[in-house]
Design a protein around this ligand. Structure first.
Ligand code: BGP
Length: 470
């Protein structure tokens, strides 16, 4: 659609950025925190352990002051489950409660709204030992954690996100250090989708609990949503794109919003004897959980052609290899790539926003979007990252076009507020507006430096998205 004029960003638009606890905080076993699955996993060769990260645990005041300097209206961060409940259930760690009280209060001091992710890839290790999400009790574990957060922070936190990228946990869990498949499992697909089912029920119950305990608060899911294109106008490719959209995207949002399994995914699971078992009360719980908004992470679209039945799965969040019988992933020759091989598709961002809004009609907050790159700290303390500015500018432009198309947007939180450790590619893959002085293995000073994108984003926020110039 060609527009004659653009609609402005809404007045109360929430500009900010995101982080997650296990990637940014460090202090992974300090002050009573129990280990999470991220602390006990074997990190990919050549990448840092997750024990220090950006050391935000000790430097949150400085970090939040820098976010305030950029003009953030919102800061999306996650609460580490095992910092609050070191064993996942039972005993609460007062130091953990205190830490997030401090973070929340520090945000509020600068009028920054905390947007809290309840679960971001960091299952307590003690619960992994009890079967993690494969144990039907995991639903209750998660609710206990949710209740503890609502009780302690609900007076000040008005925006909540349930589970970060549940679709990636399900599709590429091993790559990001999650998803444990019990030994001897004979039907991995069924096991995976049973775990996924438990997460869906946990999410629905957490949304209902939030509405019951905190009637003023708003809550939504945070999957990684990316429109999947057909590789050509062959009808077979179009069917493949529908399959992949269903299994990667719509399953998660259909369930969060309508409480129903996507029919294509359900048929696929039936074919593989992999439909999840419903426990008593699950169907009601799924029907009773309603999000107030949709949060989603967007990095790039995908492209597929018809499956030949031999695709092996795997890949990472953006480089999927496809799903046998559903779709074969292929590279899109029309798109550029980041230094880490992820395709860049700002127009696909607009297309994804249009599609999500027309399917679900709920306001949208973008909970991640960004470019991972090798940044360089200059001797004078500057960091020149024009590639990041270009990436974000093009996405913001497309977001404004989507608003003009009639999409209701609440906010935009790129990944990431500050440099942190990537899910599987270490410290060298940086995303932040704030540079952290450390390398993969050399912790250096851990001092903070403002990148060029820091000053640029500050101007973007101050002009409510009007000034995107360098
Ligand atoms: C998302 C995750 C984040 C994050 C980001 C960038 O999938 O929610 O935790 O790290 O992608 O990915 P990566 O770190 O793999 O570059």
């Amino acid at each position: 659609m060609l527009h004659k004029s653009l609609k402005p960003f809404p007045e109360e638009f929430l500009w900010g950025a995101s982080t997650s606890a296990y990637q940014v905080e460090g202090a992974n076993l300090e002050d009573g925190k129990g280990p999470s699955c991220q602390d006990v996993k074997k990190v990919p060769e050549g990448t840092s352990e997750l024990d220090v990260c950006a050391d935000q645990y000790h430097r949150y005041k400085e970090d939040i002051a820098l976010m305030a300097e950029m003009g953030f209206k919102v800061y999306r961060f996650s609460i580490s489950w095992s910092r609050i409940l070191p064993k996942g259930t039972g005993e609460v760690n007062p130091k953990g409660i205190e830490y997030y009280n401090n973070v929340i209060n520090e945000c509020l001091k600068y009028d920054i709204i905390p947007l809290v992710t309840m679960f971001h890839f960091d299952m307590p290790a003690a619960l992994d030992e009890r079967g993690s999400w494969s144990n039907p009790e995991s639903v209750d574990w998660f609710l206990e954690f949710a209740k503890t957060m609502f009780e302690n922070y609900g007076d000040r936190v008005k925006y909540w996100l349930t589970i970060n990228e549940q679709n990636m946990l399900t599709l590429v869990g091993p790559v990001i250090g999650t998803l444990c498949i019990p030994e001897g499992c004979t039907n991995v697909l069924k096991e995976t989708y049973q775990q996924n089912h438990h997460m869906l029920v946990a999410q629905a119950k957490a949304m209902a609990l939030c509405h019951e305990m905190l009637p003023e608060a708003k809550i939504g899911p945070a999957p990684n949503i990316a429109l999947i294109y057909p590789a050509s106008n062959k009808p077979e490719d179009q069917l493949a794109a529908q399959n992949m959209n269903a299994v990667r995207n719509w399953l998660y949002l259909d369930m969060a919003v309508y409480g129903k399994y996507n029919n294509l995914v359900w048929s696929y699971l039936e074919e593989h004897d992999a439909t999840p078992e419903f426990h008593e009360g699950d169907a009601e719980a799924l029907a009773n959980g309603h999000p107030d908004f949709i949060g989603f992470n967007y990095y790039s679209t995908g492209t597929v052609e018809a499956s030949d039945g031999t695709e092996e799965g795997g890949g990472d969040q953006q480089n999927s290899r496809g799903v046998a019988g559903l779709a074969k992933n292929i590279k899109n020759p029309n798109l550029m790539k980041t230094e880490f091989g992820w395709e860049i598709d700002p127009i696909g961002f607009r297309a994804t926003l249009r599609e999500v809004y027309s399917r679900y009609r709920l306001p949208i907050v973008i909970t991640e979007n960004g470019l991972g790159a090798y940044d360089k700290l200059e001797e004078d303390g500057s960091v020149h990252d024009p590639y990041r500015i270009t990436y974000l500018r093009e996405h913001i432009k497309q977001m404004q076009l989507a608003i003009t198309d009639g999409v209701e947007m609440m906010g935009y939180c790129p990944w990431s507020a500050i440099d942190l450790i990537s899910t599987h590619e270490g410290m060298k893959k940086r995303y932040g507006f704030i540079y952290v002085d450390r390398d993969e293995f050399d912790l250096k000073t851990l001092n903070r430096f403002r990148k060029d994108s820091f000053f640029w984003y500050k101007k973007v926020i101050a002009s409510n998205g009007e000034d995107l110039s360098d």
